[in-house]
Structure formats: structure tokens, C-alpha cells
Design a binder for this molecule. Structure first.
Ligand code: KDG
Length: 313
């Protein structure tokens, strides 16, 4: 049994040195990344018993991913397949005005064919929290069905279901995302949504508290967390809205900071903390993640606690 079980695709991220063009680069750094495994890793580093569930091809590259997650204290609940490939993605970082870009090369990953029968569904039933994101149902029609079924299974078994909208414009359109996600939402207890996604994808406009209240009214969420970038986050829980800020950060690598926020928030809630504490731990975990290369929040509970307790706002 695990306190937290997450479900989704994990890829190899290949990163040119800062300022190098992907089309010309000679060296690429290798990281392991996927929103749902990032959340499991962040939570495991904060002391949560975390497992990540997926399908991987039985190849050296598949093993590379399982090995990396095991090394972070996450139990990989992997169904190994004879076919398919490990998806990759590339993260190019240049100076402004070019900014940064993500290039996906992820077709053919076996998770796209995942059925509820092909994954460790008993572990979903036994979890305290089951977490996935909007990236998973964006990957295939089969994954829309499987994500719906796993959320229902977790919910029926009494687990808390947590879901991050995580809209990715390279995977689907806002209209497709809105229609699919609104069918999944009735099985979700805790919703994380960036303010931008709530507005541009889900169609909820207004100040953050109004957006959170309208979302909770529309879908019956127990908790809605609206993330506001540098402005922090607002959570609506049991009808009460709480806003908290962020911690200043020297950003080395921004990817995965939303996942780090979710892991800090969920880890604190699993520990019985209040919404205010959970928001602070989420913000501190995200801030510390940005100081570390790669998508995963390799930060300890002591570091997070020190940032929360010693301020830094
Ligand atoms: O949140 C970071 C993720 O975007 C990254 O790890 C890769 O899951 C990923 C995706 O599909 O973009």
C-alpha cells in the first residue's frame, strides 16, 4: 500500500546546454521527467510513501526510467511491454526574446494502450491519494477511458483523487481538453489549475476566488487550488478561500515547478496539515525545485521546512 499513487507517462528529457540550438547541438543532458512521476518524486523526497504507475517497454531506456524513480524513493509500478518505445522530449533554453521551447517526440509509448486491467489497479484502490493530470488523457482515446476508470475506482474505494489540469497545447486543443476533462471532473476531489488554464481551457473567468468557487459549484470539487505564478496560489476548501504567496527563487530550471507545488501541497495534506500550511509547503517545494536541474523536486523536507519557517518572502 502507498499513501500516494500517480499514473502517467514518463519520458527522457534531453536538454541542450543553455543557449545552444537543438538543431546544432553536440551534447544533451539526460533527465527523467513526466508530470505524474515528478509529483511522486517530490512527495517521496518529502517523506511520503509514493508509487508511480505506468507501462514501459522492456528495454534499456525503459529500465533507465524505473531506475531513476527507484533512486528517488518512488516505487515504480511498471507493466513491462515487448513493444513500443520510451518517449523523449527536448527542452531548449535561449535568452530572451527567443525564450524556451519544448519539442516532444513521444508517439509510440506503450502507456497510450493502457487499460485498467493492464495496470496495478489494486494499488489504486489501496492508496490514500490517487493523482494524475490532464496530460494523460491527452495522449490517446484509450487513455481517456482508462483515466476515467482509474479515477472512479479510486473514488469508489475511498481514496482522495487529485488532478492537475496541466494543459499542454502541443497535445490537444482547448476545446478537446475542456470537453474531456469536464467528463472526468465529477470523480475528482482536489483540482489544481493554473489561472491561465482555468480561463483559456476550462472557460472560467474572473478573480481567482470567483474562478475557484465557480469550478467547485460546477463540478463538486472538495478543494480547488488555483495557481497564480509569481502571485502565489489560492485554495478554496470547505467554502473558505485562502491565498498565500511564493518564495523568491534563483531559477536554474523552471520545468516541473507546478508538479513540485502539487507534491508539497499533497504531502502536507497527507500529514494532516491545514490548507494554509499545505499552500506554503507547495510554494516552498516549487521554489526549491527551481534551483535544481531537471524536472524532479529533489528537495528534502528539512529544506522546505526551513524556507517556510525562516520566511524568504
Ligand atoms: O511539468 C513538467 C512536465 O511537463 C514534464 O516533466 C514533461 O510530463 C511532461 C509533459 O508531458 O510535458
Amino acid at each position: 500500500m502507498s499513501e500516494l499513487v500517480t499514473f502517467g507517462e514518463t519520458m527522457l528529457r534531453l536538454t541542450p546546454p543553455r543557449g545552444h540550438r537543438l538543431s546544432r547541438v553536440d551534447n544533451l543532458d539526460v533527465h527523467v521527467g513526466g508530470a505524474e512521476s515528478n509529483v511522486a518524486v517530490g512527495a517521496a523526497n518529502l517523506g511520503v510513501e509514493a508509487a508511480w504507475m505506468s507501462l514501459l517497454p522492456d528495454t534499456e531506456l525503459g529500465e533507465r526510467i524505473a531506475y531513476a524513480l527507484r533512486g528517488e524513493g518512488v516505487e515504480p509500478l511498471v507493466t513491462w511491454t515487448d513493444t513500443g518505445r520510451v518517449g523523449t522530449y527536448y527542452f531548449e533554453r535561449g535568452g530572451m526574446p527567443r525564450g524556451r521551447d519544448v519539442v516532444y517526440d513521444r508517439d509510440g509509448a506503450p502507456i497510450r494502450e493502457a487499460t485498467p486491467e493492464s495496470v496495478a489497479v489494486d494499488r489504486v484502490r489501496d492508496a490514500d491519494v490517487f493523482f494524475t493530470t490532464g496530460i494523460t488523457p491527452a495522449l490517446s482515446d484509450q487513455l481517456i477511458e482508462t483515466t476515467a476508470s482509474l479515477l472512479e475506482t479510486a473514488s469508489d474505494a475511498g481514496a482522495t483523487t487529485a488532478f492537475d489540469v496541466n494543459y499542454r497545447e502541443k497535445l490537444w486543443t482547448p476545446a478537446a481538453a475542456r470537453s474531456t476533462l469536464s467528463d472526468l471532473f465529477p470523480s475528482v476531489d482536489v483540482l489544481f489549475a493554473a489561472e491561465r488554464d482555468a480561463r483559456d481551457v476550462l472557460g472560467f473567468d474572473g478573480d481567482p476566488e470567483t474562478v475557484a468557487r465557480d469550478l467547485a459549484d460546477a463540478y463538486g470539487f472538495e478543494t480547488v487550488v488555483i495557481t497564480l505564478g509569481e502571485e502565489g496560489a489560492l485554495a478554496l476548501h470547505d467554502g473558505t478561500a485562502t491565498s498565500r504567496g511564493t518564495y523568491p527563487t534563483d531559477t536554474v530550471d523552471p520545468l516541473g515547478s507546478g508538479d513540485a507545488f502539487a507534491s508539497g501541497f499533497l504531502a502536507e495534506r497527507l500529514d494532516g496539515a491545514s490548507i494554509t500550511e499545505a499552500l506554503d509547503y507547495g510554494a516552498a517545494t516549487a521554489a526549491l525545485k527551481r534551483t535544481v536541474e531537471g524536472d524532479m523536486a529533489r528537495v528534502s523536507r528539512d529544506e522546505v521546512r526551513a524556507l517556510v519557517e525562516n520566511g524568504g518572502r
